[in-house]
Design a binder for this molecule. Structure first.
Ligand SMILES: Cc1cc2nc3c(=O)[nH]c(=O)nc-3n(C[C@H](O)[C@H](O)[C@H](O)COP(=O)(O)OP(=O)(O)OC[C@H]3O[C@@H](n4cnc5c(N)ncnc54)[C@H](O)[C@@H]3O)c2cc1C
Ligand code: SF4
Length: 325
C-alpha cells in the first residue's frame, strides 16, 4: 500500500472542504482498503467520514424513509420499518457479502463500491477503468461474470451491488452535498454506463459526499429480491432481480423490474414493465416481459447463459409474486 495522509472530518462541511481529485472518503473501508492494498486506488489523502452524524434511519413526512449514508447495511436490513415497508431492500442487503462485512459496510459505501472485474484488480492487466486508454483484457479474456446489456467496447464490467438493484426498483433518491451545495439524484440516474469513459462511474462531482438515500412511500405491492450466484452465500450475483408486482382483478396494476449482474449499473427494465401494465397476470404475459427485460442483450464468449438465466429469474419471480398477491 502506498503512503497516504489521513484526516478525520468533524462535520459534513469539513468533509467537503477536505475533498479533492486525489482524495477518497473512508466510510466502512471494506472496499476502499482492498483497492488501496492492491494499489488500484492510490489516494494522496483519505478523509475519514465514519464519525459524521449520518448513520440514522429516519421517517420522512410523506411516510417514506431516509437512510443515512453511514447507516450500516446490517442495521438497515434489521430496521423494522425497512423489513415491513421495504422487504425487497432488506432481502437484497441480507444477500450481500457476509454478516461481518454487513456490520461494517455503509449505505454510501455500498452505492459507491467498485466493480469486481478481476482485470480491474490485476495491475498487470489492461483496464480502461483503472487506466483510461489502456485497453480491456476482459473483452477477450474470462468474461463469465461480465455485462450483457449496455456495455461498450471500452468496458464490459458489471456493477456488483445487491442493494442498488433494490433501490433502483424502489425509485430511491440519492442526496448529495458538495462544494456547490446540496442536490438530489434519482438512483437510476446515479450510476453511468461505460461508453468511452468507464472510469467515470457515477454523476458524483469532485468533492461531493453522499449524505443519505430517500425511499419514497412504499407502494402497496408484493416484492422480492432473488439472486443467483456460484455459492449459496458470500458471493456476488451472477444475475439478480428486484421485482415488485400488484395484481388487481387478474390484471397487472404495478410492475417494477430491476436486474443486477447484467450491466455497468443496476438495470431497470422499463419496457418490460410497460408490457405488463394492464396485461392479464398469467404465464404468457410474464414470459413476454421476461423476454423484453433482456432484449438487446449482447453476450460475450463466456456469459451467453446470463440472458437465459435472467429471463427465467424474472418470469419465475413474477409468477411467484402473482400467486402470493
Ligand atoms: C469479500 C466481499 C464480499 C462482498 N460481497 C458483496 C455482495 O455479495 N453484494 C454486495 O452488494 N456487496 C458485496 N461486497 C461489497 C460491500 O458491500 C462493499 O464493500 C461495501 O458496501 C462498501 O461499503 P463501505 O462503507 O465499507 O465503503 P468504503 O470501502 O469505505 O468506500 C467505498 C467507496 O465509496 C466511497 N464512499 C463511501 N462513503 C461515501 C459517501 N458517503 N460519500 C461519497 N463517497 C463515499 C469511498 O470513498 C470509496 O470510494 C463484498 C465485499 C467483500 C470485501
Ligand atoms: S471490463 Fe472494464 S473493469 Fe474490466 S478490464 Fe475491461 S475496462 Fe477494466
Amino acid at each position: 500500500m502506498r503512503e497516504f495522509a489521513y484526516v478525520r472530518a468533524e462535520d459534513v462541511a469539513e468533509a467537503v472542504e477536505l475533498a479533492g481529485p486525489q482524495v477518497r472518503y473512508l466510510a466502512g473501508g471494506t472496499n476502499l482498503f482492498d483497492l488501496m492494498r492492491e494499489e488500484v486506488e492510490r489516494p494522496e489523502r483519505v478523509v475519514d467520514i465514519s464519525r459524521l452524524p449520518l448513520a440514522a434511519v429516519d421517517d420522512l413526512p410523506d411516510s417514506g424513509l431516509r437512510l443515512g449514508a453511514l447507516a450500516r447495511n446490517a442495521h438497515v436490513a434489521a430496521d423494522d420499518r425497512v423489513r415491513h415497508r421495504y422487504p425487497v431492500l432488506a432481502r437484497a442487503l441480507l444477500k450481500g457479502a457476509s454478516p461481518q462485512l454487513r456490520n461494517r459496510a455503509t449505505i454510501g459505501g455500498n452505492l459507491l463500491q467498485r466493480t469486481r472485474c478481476r482485470y480491474f484488480y490485476d495491475l498487470t492487466a489492461a483496464c480502461n477503468k483503472r487506466t483510461p486508454g489502456a485497453g480491456c483484457d476482459a473483452l477477450a479474456g474470462f468474461n463469465r461474470g461480465h455485462a450483457i446489456l449496455g456495455a461498450s467496447s471500452s468496458c464490459v464490467a458489471v456493477h456488483p451491488s445487491d442493494m442498488c438493484v433494490a433501490l433502483a426498483a424502489l425509485d430511491a433518491t440519492v442526496n448529495l452535498t458538495g462544494p456547490e451545495g446540496e442536490r438530489s439524484v434519482p438512483v437510476t440516474d446515479f450510476h453511468l454506463l461505460p461508453g468511452e469513459t468507464p472510469h467515470v462511474e457515477t454523476v458524483l462531482r469532485s468533492g461531493e459526499l453522499v449524505t443519505s438515500v430517500d425511499l419514497p412511500p412504499w407502494p402497496p405491492v408484493s416484492g422480492d429480491y432473488v439472486k443467483v450466484r456460484d455459492r449459496a452465500s458470500y458471493a456476488f450475483a451472477l444475475i439478480s432481480a428486484a421485482v415488485l408486482l400488484r395484481v388487481e382483478e387478474g390484471r397487472v396494476a404495478v410492475a417494477r423490474i430491476a436486474l443486477g449482474g447484467v450491466a455497468h449499473k443496476p438495470w431497470r427494465a422499463y419496457a418490460a414493465e410497460e408490457l405488463l401494465i394492464g396485461a392479464a397476470a398469467d404465464e404468457a404475459a410474464f414470459a413476454r416481459a421476461a423476454e423484453e427485460a433482456v432484449a438487446g442483450a449482447r453476450p460475450l464468449e463466456h456469459n451467453a447463459f446470463k440472458a437465459e438465466m435472467a429471463r427465467r429469474l424474472v418470469r419465475r419471480t413474477l409468477m411467484d409474486l402473482a400467486r402470493s398477491s
